[in-house]
Design a binder for this molecule. Structure first.
Ligand code: HEC
Ligand code: HEC
Length: 206
């Protein structure tokens, strides 16, 4: 993607949205009865392939849950068999309420594991690689990776394994629910070592 195209897209995507509406206490009931086994009642997941949801942006959670829903029998925009079965049972109010609950939980903190990977990841995070058309991740996800409302998710503190899987899925097109193909364009230019490095760096970022 050309730089001008990215800047134009950024202007559109970062248009401020109205304040998020959702009832966190009603959402808590759903989290503690349906989601807890895989994401934790407080959004801290016990398993690295199941993402932490604590402090994730509520609009992003709503978008993902809607994307994982099958509409009129068509395959969902984000195709995950486990999640699709679950979201089919949730109403639009349930989705907003559970998003409000998880968004209000304190963020999970984690650690990077390899100084060598962190060095590679940090450079791409802050500066990208202009020669290869890779934009700085921080430009969209925020300098500390805490996300930028309403569209750019929190990445900091997330499991390395989950982040790595998502970047690979964007790279090979298995995940294609990103607006205007923005993440596919970025991930397509990253090699496997860089994906690993970015996943390690963002896990420890705060
Ligand atoms: C049986 C396990 C399981 C249960 C129960 C479950 N999830 Fe998930 N969830 C997953 C897995 C696995 C993924 C990762 C999918 C992928 O790799 O694309 C996921 C992904 C998500 C995502 C995407 C997060 C992101 O960062 O993009 C959201 C949001 C989510 N789940 C919310 C929920 C909510 C809300 C509930 C309860 C109503 C729930 N999940 C119940 C397993 C589960
Ligand atoms: C031009 C803006 C932009 C840039 C630059 C960008 N991202 Fe993203 N990223 C997004 C958007 C938008 C999404 C949400 C996609 C969706 O709605 O499903 C996203 C989603 C993600 C996700 C999925 C998170 C989850 O919880 O499933 C990961 C991982 C990610 N980006 C990593 C990166 C990394 C690493 C870089 C730098 C190499 C980067 N992004 C650069 C816009 C951007």
């Amino acid at each position: 993607m050309r730089k001008t195209a990215i800047l134009a897209l950024l202007a559109v995507l970062s248009t401020p949205s109205w304040a998020f509406q959702g009832d966190a206490q009603k959402g808590k009931v759903i989290a503690t009865s349906v989601c807890f086994a895989c994401h934790g009642a407080d959004g801290v997941s016990p398993i690295p392939t199941q993402p932490h949801l604590a402090a994730q942006l509520p609009d992003y959670i709503v978008k993902q849950l809607n994307n994982m829903k099958s509409v009129n029998g068509a395959p969902p925009a984000r195709n995950n068999p486990i999640m699709s079965g679950i979201v089919s049972m949730l109403s639009e109010d349930d989705i907003r309420n559970v998003a409000a609950w998880y968004a209000a939980q304190p963020p999970k903190r984690s650690q990077a594991t390899s100084p060598k990977l962190v060095a590679v990841g940090e450079k791409l995070w802050r500066a990208g690689d202009a020669d290869r058309g890779i934009p700085a991740c921080s430009g969209c996800h925020g300098p500390t990776g805490s996300g930028v409302p309403a569209l750019f998710p929190r990445l900091s503190g997330q499991y390395q394994e989950y982040t790595q899987i998502q970047l690979q899925h964007f790279k090979n097109g298995t995940r294609s629910n990103d607006p205007s193909g923005i993440m596919r364009a970025v991930a397509h230019r990253l090699n496997n070592e860089e994906i690993k490095a970015l996943a390690d760096f963002t896990a420890g970022l705060r």
